[in-house]
Design a protein around this ligand. Structure first.
Ligand code: BJ8
Length: 431
């Protein structure tokens, strides 16, 4: 796609119907389009199959939103989420759509700060600001949103968000003890009941089994993609893989999996032919830490702009979302819900204590990815990741892994300073 011609399509009539601030949103659309063209379309030698994902961005404010509205018209539940703990399988089994609403944009933060304190996580402020400013068609299109009690910023924001959009809260335990797992199973069942009440019918065993297969397949293709990008030299940029991991949270899962598979086939061919996006001698970096919600491409722009390549994201918009699968052996409703609960409890979010599994997982992914160093990325005011960083740093030191910690937000103010730090880190890796 030609960067000069790229534009995110406008759907003013639809936005009007959704009760959005159309004039303001239209300006944000143009800015996002420019940002995308600059960050993405300026890359050299991209795989042809990235065209589908470019188009998903071009249609981000219309095409997919229309699919959500069509589903609602047919009485299907359309649910907004903010965390990978919300079991998508249940929504799919009810014929519904699950859409990620985490915010990765600076543009909506001033809206949030008219209500919320300034010194909380930018991801929470960005998402909340989208609803306050009426500048996100997805927020306007959902039946309700499902929050969770993972961190303090989120769980207290849901009480305020509920005044603007129906907000349900799922209790996520803080430990993985047997009693905590049982408690969470009951939360999963409550979630199922809520989804069924919107759908107006019970989820059948057959539909749940099918939904498990659909989600497994989506996760498997993301695993395939991640394995291919680990090839040295890599056939695809870290930015492009991050984009796909972000789109995974709002695209239709069967279509998405098919398109990622097409891309994987192209990457295999590139590997055979020795086609790479990695410059000779480029440093290979793994990123670990908090999720980077669309359009947070700040760190990837910095690292790849400095000539290195990112080869893994240990993050919920990354491997934490797709590393664990379910069995597809059948079973009854109760056993599938139990397995679903266990599958989700393997997610090693820093909100858990203790969280030793994550330290091991980071080291394992470092090995598998062929990276030469780790950047731990946290958002400002995210206490759990900022503190867990200490243990990751210690583990890296013990293993002799080059390591750097970045705490940032969505504003461009620290870009210059981060550029200098990233360059120094890349030089250290190259030594
Ligand atoms: S399972 S990482 S998606 S909670 S960065 S909002 S934790 S203050 S995003 Fe997350 Fe679920 Fe965990 Fe994953 Fe709070 Fe931290 Fe902000 Fe965060």
């Amino acid at each position: 796609m030609n960067s000069e011609k790229f534009e995110i399509k406008a759907y003013p009539e639809m936005w009007e119907t959704l009760g959005m601030d159309v004039e303001r949103f239209d300006k944000m659309r143009l800015m996002l389009g420019d940002m995308y063209a600059q960050s993405y379309l300026s890359q050299k030698n991209r795989p042809d199959c990235m065209g589908y994902f470019d188009n998903m961005i071009a249609e981000i404010h219309g095409g997919r939103v229309q699919e959500l509205l069509d589903a609602r018209q047919k009485g299907k539940p359309v649910i907004g989420t903010f965390c990978v703990y919300i079991p998508e399988e249940i929504v799919l089994a009810a014929g519904g759509i699950c859409v990620g609403l985490c915010g990765g944009s600076q543009g909506s933060i001033p809206d949030a700060e008219t209500i919320l304190p300034r010194n909380i996580c930018p991801m929470v402020k960005s998402a909340f600001g989208f609803k306050v400013g009426k500048v996100c068609p997805y927020f306007q299109a959902v039946d309700f949103v499902y929050g969770e009690t993972t961190c303090d910023a989120k769980k207290k924001t849901w009480e305020i968000l509920d005044k603007l959009v129906p907000t349900h809260v799922m209790e996520i335990p803080q430990t993985k003890r047997p009693a905590a797992v049982d408690m969470w199973l009951s939360e999963v069942k409550d979630f199922r009941d809520k989804v069924e009440s919107i759908a107006g019918s019970e989820i059948t065993l057959e539909n749940l089994q099918e939904a498990v297969k659909v989600m497994n397949n989506k996760r498997k293709v993301l695993q395939r993609l991640n394995t291919l990008r680990h090839t040295d030299p890599t056939p695809v940029s870290g930015k492009d893989v991050l984009l796909i991991e972000q789109i995974a949270f709002y695209d239709e899962p069967v279509r998405f999996a098919a398109k990622v598979n097409e891309l994987c086939a192209e990457l295999e061919q590139r590997i055979d032919e020795g086609v790479t996006v990695q410059k000779r001698g480029a440093a290979r970096v793994m990123v670990a830490g908090v999720p980077m919600a669309l359009p947070n491409w700040k760190l990837h722009n910095l690292v790849e702009g400095a000539g290195a390549v990112i080869v893994n994201e240990e993050s919920c918009i990354g491997t934490r979302y797709y590393k664990d699968l379910m069995t597809e052996d059948g079973g009854d409703m109760e056993s599938i819900l139990r397995e679903l609960t266990s599958r989700y409890m393997k997610i090693d979010c820093s909100c858990f204590t203790p969280n030793d599994e994550r330290i091991d997982q980071v080291l394992q992914e470092y090995e598998e990815s062929g990276a030469q160093g780790i950047i731990h990325y946290s958002l400002q005011f995210c206490h759990t990741y900022n503190i867990e960083e200490i243990r990751i740093r210690e583990a890296c030191k013990k293993e002799g892994i080059p390591y750097m910690f970045i705490e940032s937000d969505y504003s461009p103010e620290d870009v210059g300073q981060l550029e200098t730090r990233v360059e120094a880190f890349l030089e250290q890796i190259a030594e």
